[in-house]
Design a binder for this molecule. Structure first.
Ligand code: NAD
Length: 361
């Protein structure tokens, strides 16, 4: 009886209208996930890639159209925002707050909520306090919410450690490791990590500051520190090439033997109470080809000690796709403003009708 009412109730509610800006590896994966969930409606998709523009997303994805209308990829978001009036835009085009800023502003000024996959947006206050203030102001002024999230930063090297610290009476040092595969990611990630470069080109780009490597240690560290009520007193990070001994090929990357298959990133931070946060994150395409096993590990010294491990890693592609989609109802329900993962209810998989997760006005 109860579940019958529950279903009837969801049928009365409007579908949750979502638009996707950036139909690459992440954006297209989100579309695939959403069409298989109840209560969503993808009302628009935009991408600058000419090979997509004008085509049906269902044709591109080679999946059945389970919606009652088609969705053609458009070059420009404006019509979608003005005419389709989505409840939320999934923005999957950038890594940096500065680069995503104009897009976020445009979305928000059309009174639409937004979830960004930009790594820096997972905790934008860390590197871009002024832009963060401005985003917060714009979101409040327009009555909508902005969230940055992803698998990492956004969950595996920050939020998960923060959540588990909730059963600790005292936190001393943390060591968070993620040994992961870059294979699911698209061209943007391949380029940022230097996948496929010769060692000489890699070192050259490193000197010229043209490789970002993993973007997120600073964001994860500041998120943890703020969540624990501590300040970051010092922070250092390093990036070294991972040279492959065998040819490695992933959907969007190729590194021949002797060239760079990824980067080994490390960081260490000291917080105001002398707590150290160490992060270890070697990431590369096709690690298994050289016997490297992926995994996520969180060790926290303190009371009680924590020793979490998850083998193999939470796969970065599906992890990011899922957390962005799963956060949609929380973002729609949130008070207006710029939010981070520590401000919103805990993420959980949407298995029922998403409309039941949307608060009544
Ligand atoms: P991708 O290169 O596969 O896709 C990006 C897409 O955006 C491309 O199709 C491109 O044509 C499109 N695009 C770029 N600029 C555009 C614009 N101005 N207008 C419309 N379309 C535009 O990259 P991806 O793997 O999908 O990742 C997207 C971003 O998300 C990357 O910057 C990546 O680093 C980030 N990311 C973050 C996490 C995390 O854990 N926080 C995880 C995965 C990806």
């Amino acid at each position: 009886m109860w579940s019958f009412n529950h279903i009837e109730k969801s049928m009365e509610k409007k579908l949750v209208k979502v638009a996707i800006w950036g139909f690459g590896a992440m954006g297209s994966g989100m579309a695939k996930m959403i069409v298989n969930k109840k209560g969503f409606d993808i009302v628009g998709v935009t991408d600058v890639y000419d090979g997509f523009v004008g085509k049906s997303i269902f044709e591109i994805l080679k999946i059945e159209n389970l919606q009652n209308h088609d969705v053609l990829v458009e070059k420009d978001i404006e019509r979608i925002l003005k005419v389709e009036k989505p409840d939320l835009v999934l923005l999957a085009t950038d890594s940096f707050t500065k680069k995503a800023f104009a897009k976020l502003k445009f979305i928000v000024e059309h009174k639409c909520n937004v979830i960004s996959t930009a790594e820096e947006m997972a905790y934008p206050y860390a590197k871009e306090p002024e832009l963060s203030k401005e985003l917060n102001r714009l979101a409040k002024e327009n009555g909508v919410t902005i969230l940055g999230t992803g698998v990492n930063p956004g969950m595996m090297m920050d939020l998960l450690a923060i959540c588990i610290s909730g059963v600790m009476s005292d936190v001393k040092n943390m060591e968070i490791s993620r040994i992961n595969s870059l294979s699911p990611f698209g061209p943007t990630v391949m380029e940022e990590q230097g996948v496929g470069l010769t060692l000489t080109d890699f070192n050259d780009k490193l000197v010229k500051d043209e490789l970002s490597g993993h973007v997120g240690f600073v964001e994860s560290t500041y998120m943890i520190a703020d969540a624990l009520g501590l300040e970051v007193k010092s922070f250092e990070q390093s990036m070294a090439p991972i040279v492959t001994n065998v040819d490695r090929k992933s959907p969007y990357g190729f590194a021949k033997a002797g060239d760079v298959a990824g980067v080994d990133m490390r960081s260490i931070a000291t917080l105001s109470n002398k707590t150290k946060i160490k992060m270890v994150h070697p990431q590369q395409i096709e690690p298994e080809l050289e016997g490297i096993h992926t995994g996520d590990y969180i060790k926290i010294k303190g009371t009680p000690e924590i020793n979490l491990s998850n083998v193999p890693e939470v796969e970065g592609g599906i992890g990011t796709i899922a957390i962005c989609v799963n956060m949609i109802p929380h973002v729609i329900n949130a008070k207006p403003g710029l939010k981070t993962m520590i401000d919103l209810p805990v993420p959980r998989a949407i298995m029922g009708d998403v409309r039941n997760l949307i608060d009544e006005e």
